[in-house]
Design a protein. Structure first.
Length: 540
């Protein structure tokens, strides 16, 4: 039986997920069928640690229900191909740092709510501190993060605390009757351990059911055509990590050094390493033909999945001065997406020449409120390089900057210096960089999209050689490499030799920069022919 889109997404997510970290002070490696009598021990502080009483003042469950069968949990996660690590804080043990460090590396984090290991016998000591610190460390990274609270505490008593935490970081929304919280790319879901008194049955999960439940929560964050392709790509790279390492054994160090020694500019060997590794990763993705993850068959399943969820594919059509709303079936859209607009069976109903101007994205998208900037976001993602890590932006081919003027409107430029000429190898202290001006689009036509202050702006660039602008930059005498920006109030700027500041706005991907350079070069080298006017007129 063919798989549905949801089932396909579950398979992709299961292949991607690798690790789960569980923090629970009542975790134990007991056997499910253990019938051995407990040995009586002389009461000591350590004894209290092993069997700490339930938090005073609670009436959620009996003490035994606070316990977590770590052995069972590890085994059921292993059946799914996930490695489950369990952290059991001891009484008064400072465990938060190691729990957070492990959580930052794991794909999924599971937290008990009442963590007696935090120290004092205080009913208000819970997981809020861990959750807060995880968010603080990742709030600027835009990372997908799933945190599950799995506790014997009644979920209704936890919801308010989660709201307080997220409220300090901005707006958030809720799902699943208020038991799930969503803030940007963060998802926090609350579940109750089996036997929790007063818990909603829909939120009560047995230990052996937890892996499937968490995989389902992760799917809700990533179930899409492109996100599935990304997850499948990362899963393939993870699977082939050690094969890649095998292609670069320490034996290759010697020829690498030989190659470096023979170069006129030895530092170029370092730049080549990035390309060498990136090409290796690309080989893996090409071998698995990653594009098939979003092929027509999968798109058909996506369309039907959305339709089953209540989505209506309505397109606003303007024809002959009249506006009508046309509802298309999945089969009709499948024909469009499979054959293209020119061979579409419904082309007589739609002005094909203007189809790209119609609200296709609105039709395919499920939330009109968040649809407004999706086309701009897609183009921006396609043409602009993403910035990962904490390295300051550098001035290179494709860098887009903004010069703020106190006398008039700001000026925008894109660096078109050849990449090799952006790298400073010599002992010179100044160098001139070439830029082309960018102008904000006014007639609906644009070539570049820039994100500034969380808004997208459209620009066109001049490809006229006479519009090229040279800007001189100064750098330390011992400087080597690319010119690095300076950070001020969270913004990155370059300073030219006259002290003017240029705000860094992004960097165009190499293939788009090459197209600009090619266009400028073609006009720069075009033949200057003094042809008869009558011939010039008719040659158009």
């Amino acid at each position: 039986m063919p798989l549905t889109f949801e089932q396909l997404s579950r398979e992709v997510v299961t292949r991607f997920l690798q690790s789960v970290v569980v923090v629970d002070d009542r975790a134990s490696l007991r056997d499910d069928d253990s019938t051995k009598p407990h040995t009586l021990l002389k009461p000591t502080r350590e004894t209290i640690d092993v069997a700490a009483p339930a938090t005073s003042g609670t009436d959620t469950v009996s003490d035994s229900k606070h316990e977590l069968n770590a052995r069972l949990l590890i085994n059921v996660f292993a059946e799914k191909g996930l490695v489950c690590g369990v952290i059991r804080p001891k009484f008064q043990e400072p465990f938060e740092d190691k729990a957070i460090n492990a959580a930052l590396r794991a794909d999924i984090t599971v937290l008990d709510w009442q963590l007696q290991g935090t120290g004092a016998i205080d009913p208000d000591k819970d997981a809020t501190s861990i959750i807060t610190k995880i968010i603080e460390r990742e709030k600027s990274q835009n990372r997908i993060r799933l945190i599950a609270v799995y506790s014997a505490e009644n979920p209704d008593r936890i919801k308010g605390k989660i709201e307080e935490i997220l409220g300090t970081f901005g707006e958030f929304k809720t799902d699943d009757d208020g038991y799930t919280f969503i803030q940007n790319t963060l998802r926090i879901a609350i579940f109750a351990k089996d036997g929790t008194i007063g818990a909603d049955p829909s939120r009560t999960v047995k230990e052996n059911e937890l892996p499937d439940k968490l995989i389902g929560e992760f799917i809700k964050m990533t179930m899409g055509l492109l996100s599935n392709a990304v997850l499948e790509s990362l899963a393939a790279l993870r699977l082939n990590t050690h094969r890649i390492l095998g292609n670069f054994p320490p034996d290759l160090d010697a020829p690498y050094l030989t190659n470096r020694a023979l170069l006129d500019e030895p530092e170029e060997a370092e730049d080549r390493l990035t390309d060498l590794i990136a090409e290796e990763l690309q080989d893996i993705l090409e071998e698995i033909n990653i594009g098939t993850v979003a092929n027509l068959d999968t798109i058909t399943k996506w369309l039907k999945y959305k339709e089953a969820a209540g989505k209506s594919y309505t397109l606003k059509i303007i024809k002959g001065g009249n506006t009508t709303n046309k509802v298309f079936t999945c089969e009709e859209l499948n024909d469009l997406l499979g054959n293209g607009k020119e061979r579409w069976k419904c082309k007589d109903e739609v002005p094909i020449s203007k189809l790209h101007q119609l609200a296709l994205t609105d039709m395919f998208h499920c939330n009109e409120e968040t649809c407004k900037f999706l086309d701009e976001k897609y183009v921006f993602t396609a043409i602009m390089r993403s910035r990962y890590g904490n390295r300051k932006p550098r001035l290179t081919s494709g860098t887009v900057v903004k010069k703020q003027s106190s006398e008039g409107d700001p000026q925008y430029f894109i660096c078109v210096q050849q990449p090799c000429d952006c790298i400073i190898r010599t002992k010179e202290t100044k160098r001139t960089f070439m830029f082309l001006p960018l102008s904000k689009a006014t007639d609906g036509r644009f070539q570049v999209i820039i994100k500034e202050a969380n808004e997208y702006s459209k620009f066109v660039y001049s490809d006229k050689p006479y519009d090229l602008t040279s800007i001189e930059f100064t750098f330390p005498e011992e400087f080597r490499g690319l010119i690095e920006s300076e950070e001020t109030d969270g913004k990155f700027c370059f300073k030219d030799s006259k002290g003017n500041e240029y705000l860094w706005l992004g960097e165009l991907k190499p293939q788009f920069v090459r197209r600009i350079l090619q266009t400028v070069a073609a006009k720069l080298t075009r033949a200057d022919v003094d042809e008869p006017e009558w011939l010039r007129y008719h040659s158009k």
